[in-house]
Every structure is written in structure tokens, then in C-alpha cells.
Design a protein around this ligand. Structure first.
Ligand SMILES: Nc1nc2c(c(=O)[nH]1)N[C@H]1C(S)=C(S)[C@@H](COP(=O)(O)O)O[C@H]1N2
Ligand SMILES: [Mo]
Length: 287
């Protein structure tokens, strides 16, 4: 109960759009009302599953709690009941060479994932509101036909439409916008996803005056999270977060890194649909 109150006292935030790469291509993917079409050159045989068929996959039943963060960022919990995404993909004979998975909603909304992003270990963080990873539980990607906000399926559960849920990799992993609702098609492709560009810095590394603020830059700043370290270690999803919000929500949360002494900033960009960027290294010295 207390938890619910805390959750609902957060302000909600939502991305405006996430246009898929081939918007309007939904019908060409075989999408029809009431079915999920699985297509693409990354599977053996195109296949459509009716919602009833999916609900009847007793071998694949799954349910879990998911912590998530959206782009505002707001922390939210969801509980979903459905089937394992990977059970469905296995029924279509997903190939070893499949590399990119795009999940489409019937409204044309889509999220692109690298295969790895849906295969790697991802977690439910029950203590995310306290800012720690204690009690993390590995949770699978699921296609849920019953789900609700919060940590239990209640009378408020929505039914019928299918929604994708999956775990977080780190407390700041902004998964909420990638929870595609009204799933209508899944495109499995052998197309290599590519890698996010490296992070840039301004001013350029070198000698700066004490107290200089360094800005980290990225061409896709609203599609990636930039993680950095100041201790020389290689940054990952558990490192310091540079851009908690997007440029169109709360850009003021993105703060320059103050250089008070000689420092090496190492930064990476992470986001759905591409591999993590190479590590950028920026060394500053002060007078
Ligand atoms: N089909 C579909 N799924 C979608 C979206 C959408 O517009 N269409 N919006 C996404 C975004 S940006 C967010 S933040 C969440 C919103 O989830 P909520 O309504 O539970 O807050 O759904 C995601 N899934
Ligand atoms: Mo969002």
C-alpha cells in the first residue's frame, strides 16, 4: 500500500513518439487485428498467432514483476502475466543468424532491440525507489495479456491486448518506453544492428581552467543513456548517469561535469536497437 502511494506520487512522463524505421509497414508485415504476426528473414517460417492461441500456450506461461523507468524519468512497477517471448520465437524457428528484433504495436509504435538485449540477463529491482540493486531478480521478456501497474495483478488489470515486458539492466535502464503495447507484429531480421556512436565532449580534452564544466554530447542524445566514470574504470550501466531525462522533458537534469583537478572521464552510450558505443576517453588537466 505504502509502495503504491509512493509510485502514484511520481509525476508521469511519456515520450512523444518513437517512429519505427519503416512506419506504415505494419500491414506489409502481415499484421491483422487479433493476431501477432512474426515475420522476417531471421525465422524459418512466417507465422501468425491468434491471441487465443497465445493464451493457450500452457508450455510457455509466465508471470513476473517489472521495475522500470521512463524518459521523464519516472519509476514505475508493472506486473504481467503471459508467455515467454522466447517460446513464441522458438515456435517460429528463430535462426542463429537473427540479430535484430523489432516489436510493433497496432498503432504503428515500435521498438528495435538487438537480439542480445532480449537474451541477456535482465532484472526486477524491488528496491529501485531506494536507489539500490538489493534483491534483484532475473526476469524474462514476456508477452502479457494481463497486466497492471504496481506489484500485483489486481482488479485494475487490463485484459485482451498484448504488451511486451522485460527486465532492466541497471537501475537507470529506461525500459518503460520500450514496453510495446497492443503488440501486432514481431520482425526478426538478420540485419546487423550496428553500434551507437561514441560520446563526444565539450570543451575538447586537454588543459582547462579549474571549475570548467564539461558537457558530454551525443548525436542521438534522446535515444541513449550516457554512463560515465571519473575513476578510470570502464563505464557500464551501473556507472554515473549523465542524462537522466531527455532534451524534451527535463534537460536541466543533465549537468556539466565540473573539473576541479586532473581527471579522466570515460563515457559510453547505451540504448535499444544498437550495441553499446565504444568507450570514449577524455583527459583534462587543470592549471
Ligand atoms: N503501442 C504502443 N506502445 C507504447 C507506446 C505507444 O505509444 N504505443 N508508448 C510507450 C511509452 S513512450 C511509454 S512511457 C509507455 C507508457 O506506459 P503507461 O501508459 O503504462 O505509462 O508505453 C510505451 N508503449
Ligand atoms: Mo514514454
Amino acid at each position: 500500500m505504502v509502495l503504491q502511494l509512493i509510485i502514484f506520487s511520481f509525476v508521469s512522463g511519456c515520450a512523444r513518439t518513437s517512429p519505427g524505421e519503416a512506419r506504415g509497414g505494419l500491414e506489409s508485415l502481415g499484421a491483422r487485428p487479433g493476431v501477432i504476426a512474426v515475420t522476417g528473414d531471421g525465422i524459418d517460417k512466417e507465422k501468425s498467432f491468434t491471441i487465443e492461441e497465445i493464451k493457450g500456450m500452457d508450455d510457455a506461461l509466465a508471470g513476473a514483476c517489472y521495475s522500470s523507468v521512463n524518459l521523464w524519468p519516472t519509476i514505475k512497477f508493472y506486473t504481467g502475466k503471459g508467455i515467454y517471448l522466447w517460446s513464441l520465437l522458438q515456435k517460429t524457428g528463430i535462426k542463429k543468424e537473427a540479430q535484430t528484433i523489432t516489436v510493433w504495436g497496432s498503432d504503428g509504435y515500435s521498438t528495435v532491440f538487438t537480439r542480445e538485449q532480449l537474451e541477456e540477463k535482465r532484472y526486477y529491482y524491488p528496491n529501485i525507489l531506494k536507489g539500490n540493486r538489493e534483491g534483484a531478480q532475473e526476469v524474462p521478456p514476456i508477452l502479457a495479456w494481463e497486466y497492471s501497474e504496481g506489484t500485483g495483478i489486481s482488479e485494475g488489470a487490463e485484459g485482451g491486448e498484448i504488451c511486451l515486458f522485460f527486465g532492466q539492466k541497471g537501475l537507470n535502464d529506461a525500459t518503460a518506453a520500450a514496453f510495446v503495447k497492443k503488440v501486432a507484429a514481431i520482425e526478426v531480421s538478420t540485419r546487423p544492428p550496428g553500434r551507437w556512436d561514441a560520446v563526444g565532449a565539450e570543451p575538447l580534452p586537454g588543459r582547462v581552467s579549474r571549475g570548467t564544466g564539461v558537457l558530454l554530447k551525443h548525436l542521438d542524445e534522446d535515444r541513449v543513456k550516457i554512463y560515465y566514470t571519473l575513476d578510470g574504470s570502464t563505464p557500464d550501466e551501473n556507472s554515473l548517469l549523465y542524462n537522466p531525462s531527455t532534451s524534451y522533458f527535463r534537460p536541466q537534469l543533465t549537468k556539466p561535469i565540473l573539473v576541479e583537478q586532473d581527471v579522466v572521464i570515460k563515457a559510453v552510450a547505451e540504448g535499444f536497437g544498437k550495441y553499446r558505443s565504444p568507450v570514449a576517453v577524455f583527459a583534462y588537466s587543470t592549471d
